[in-house]
Design a protein around this ligand. Structure first.
Ligand code: GLA
Length: 725
């Protein structure tokens, strides 16, 4: 493909991006969506987009009406949201304190084909600006990664108010959206809305990814689980963001994603550049499950960096938080570890409460050395005990934070993000350290490095428990610098301790995005371990993230955050589909409960290869029944869970159709640990066979007619193993 060609086609497995280079001006994004090989061949290198000529200028329109380009800008007739906003401040214009270079007009300066994509350099010589746009389309995943970089070529600083990482048109007819909202203990809630004549927009100004405004959306004409063309997009960034979808004059819409800036946050000196975080866009002709499969493949291949380059089987965790909270006693913790090991736990994670004078959440953050009262010989005796039981040891830290009541704050009050002459604002009694100050990051690196170098610690649970506010860095807004400094600190630690895995936690799922995943290996999805609430938290999460990254713990019978009670079978069936852990005090369980817990952990270990490497399909939406199906890539096995949220008026549960199995093969079906689910509603010989693992049905029957389901009481589940017979 030569750079002179007018249409440039990037191809994935079954979608393509088509960019047109016009005679003058800025390239146009013509198409992103399903494209067959024959269509591709017909278009690549063609002179122009076939439909472009059919667009006469309507009355009462400027004589040149710019089409949506890859970089729509303000000032020369484009009336929509510009992809770039900014100006050169503090320049006197006709005697007033004005700004210039706020109007932009770019031309293509250079187009490069790279092995995985396209790079476009656009220049506005008058304004003294250059924008480089990068596109890379995953050949297997069908996920496009896009970014934009602004360079100030002119004299004097340029203030950047907005630079979209991605500007993408959406086809006419796309008028349904799934946005994500939530709060602490109720993250990743999906909101189905109609797109109308106004713009749809979400801004996040919390300084971290947030619980209430996950930086991703899914759009389409219909938003079904297995059918229809759907588009999903996500900004890989752990700070502020904007997602905007705006109607265009021709019935389409444009979507823009980028970083939200506080006023004056990005000021580029001459020759300086600002590069956006990457935006990730995908499209599937197979509905929401097809889209999730694309994102899962993308994260598995491109976003994550596992220690040693390969994921090890995800070890079963025991996290101490809900078992002991701040009440750390060495003997009790050893007993807890022993009880965990006996039921099959593989990694023991010591949560909050272990460090210098940390008895509650009002003090001690910043003082990252073991509490000499609770751990007179340091952490070594506990770590040795844990490792002696054959488990890995993990440790909770919250490096970005400081309590005013801490040795660190008393020594360095100026290390907290603050605004001069303004009051400080605490959250959970804590302040945020200004990590963009090298001395602060150095201090944190030294403390964490000492812990990791001094002990065989396999894992850090890296927490971040408050929003940023009064986030001043030398007086200017410091959100962006803070996020970059967090990434830099994580990167520095990973480089020094490459075998250590890190979990991203922020009061549960407040920092879940592809940006942080470049440095971490698990996300603590939510502080809510209530199985019923978790179904919806997890299904929103799983739209963008594969299950092996989803921290999912079996909590106590009596949920600490909602007060609801659930059977162990229900709690286990919900946690099973993520990276399994326990968030309960195993010591308090009787013999029968420990045996049942060990049985569920055994099921997880037997199936984690399928769960964490296969295809995941969701079904049932918001209905009374919701199900998950994880299918091995060779189609020889699948694990299904069916959850009954609530009763419904149906006399019988509908059969569950399983997709993706080999129609020509027979499968043996086995409802696992089924005796633990209360069945007050009768049975049949076929259900008895299902419970006993004797039921055999073909892939064709399972796909077309479905699998008979036992009657399930509200807030219960059945987990069914499917294996080629
Ligand atoms: C946050 C986390 C919890 C736990 C506590 C400890 O809330 O989300 O899992 O680690 O902090 O203080």
């Amino acid at each position: 493909m030569s750079t002179a060609a007018r249409l440039h086609v990037l191809s994935g497995a079954s979608v393509a991006l088509i960019i047109e280079v016009p005679d003058c001006g800025v390239p146009l994004w013509r198409y992103f969506g399903p494209l067959s090989a024959a269509e591709h061949a017909a278009l690549d290198g063609a002179a122009a987009w076939p439909a472009a000529a059919a667009r006469p200028l309507p009355p009462s329109t400027l004589d040149s009406d710019p089409p949506l380009s890859v970089l729509p800008v303000h000032g020369f007739g484009w009336a929509g949201q510009p992809a770039l906003a900014g100006a050169r401040p503090d320049v006197a214009v006709r005697g007033s304190a004005g700004e210039r270079d706020w109007a932009h007009d770019f031309v293509l300066d250079d187009l490069q084909h790279l092995p995985d994509g396209l790079r476009l350099r656009l220049v506005d010589a008058t304004a003294g600006l250059a924008v480089t746009i990068g596109y890379a389309l995953g050949a297997q995943s069908d996920v496009l990664v896009a970014w934009a970089e602004l360079e100030n070529l002119g004299a004097g600083p340029f203030r950047v108010d907005w630079l979209a990482a991605l500007t993408s048109p959406l086809p006419a007819g796309v008028d349904r959206i799934i946005g994500f909202h939530g709060r602490w203990t109720l993250e990743f809630q999906q909101a189905h809305e109609a797109l109308g004549v106004g713009a749809w927009r979400r801004d996040n100004r919390r300084g971290r990814t947030s619980h209430d405004s996950f930086p991703g959306v899914i759009v389409g004409e219909v938003l079904e689980e297995d059918e229809g063309v759907v588009y999903g997009m996500h900004l890989g960034w752990s700070g502020n963001h904007t997602v905007l979808i705006e109607p265009l004059a021709d019935g389409r819409r444009q979507a823009q994603l980028g970083e939200w800036f506080a006023p004056g946050e990005v000021l580029l000196g001459q020759g300086e550049r600002y590069r956006s975080p990457p935006a990730h866009l995908s499209c599937s002709a197979h509905g929401l499950n097809g889209l999730s499969a694309n994102f899962h493949a993308h994260v598995r291949r491109q976003v994550l960096a596992w220690p040693g380059a390969t994921m090890t089987p995800r070890p079963v965790h025991l996290n101490t938080w809900e078992a002991v909270y701040f009440d750390h006693r060495l003997d009790g913790l050893k007993e807890l570890a022993s009880a965990g090991a006996a039921v099959g736990v593989e990694r023991f994670v010591l949560d909050d409460g272990w460090f210098h004078r940390r008895d509650h959440d009002r003090a001690a953050l910043g003082d990252w050395w073991p509490d000499a009262r609770k751990y007179p010989q340091g952490l070594a005796p506990l770590i040795d005990h844990v490792r002696g039981l054959g488990m890995q040891f993990g440790l909770w830290v919250e490096p970005e934070m400081v309590n005013p009541d801490s040795e660190l704050y008393r020594a360095h009050p100026d290390w907290a993000l603050h605004l001069d002459r303004r009051a400080l604002l605490t959250g959970r009694n804590q302040l945020v350290l200004d990590l963009a100050q090298p001395a602060v990051s150095d201090y944190l690196f030294e403390k964490l490095d000492a812990l990791l170098a001094g002990h065989p610690i396999a894992y850090l649970k890296w927490d971040m428990n408050r929003d940023l506010a009064t986030a001043g860095h030398h007086g200017a807004a410091g959100y962006r610098r803070q996020t970059e400094a967090v990434y830099a600190l994580l990167g520095r630690l990973r480089a020094a301790h490459p075998a250590v895995e890190i979990e991203s936690c922020a009061s549960g799922g407040g920092r879940a995005d592809y940006g942080v995943l470049a440095h971490t290996h698990r996300i603590w999805t939510s502080d809510c371990n209530d199985a019923l609430a978790r179904i919806d938290i997890q299904r929103g999460f799983l739209r963008f993230f594969p299950p092996e990254l989803m921290g999912a713990h079996i909590g106590p019978e009596h949920s600490h955050t909602t007060g609801r009670r659930h059977t162990l079978a229900f709690r286990a069936a919900v946690a099973l589909f993520g990276h399994l852990g326990l968030e309960l005090d195993v010591r308090t369980l009787d013999v029968a409960a420990r045996a049942e817990l060990a049985q569920w952990i055994g099921i997880y270990k037997a199936w984690r290869g399928v769960l964490h490497g296969g295809a995941l399909r969701q079904g049932g939406g918001d209905g009374p029944l919701f199900w998950l199906q994880a299918t091995a890539s060779d189609r020889a096995a699948a694990l299904c869970a069916v959850y009954r949220r609530r009763e419904d008026a149906g006399r019988y549960a509908p059969p569950l159709c399983l997709a993706g199995l080999d129609p020509a093969r027979d499968y043996r079906l086995h409802a696992l640990a089924v005796e633990k689910v209360p069945h007050a509603r009768g049975t049949t010989p076929q259900l008895e066979d299902l419970a006993a693992g004797r039921l055999v049905l073909s892939g064709a029957v399972l796909g077309r007619y479905g699998l008979p389901l036992p009657p399930l009481p509200p807030e219960s589940a059945v987990v069914i193993a499917v294996r080629a017979a």
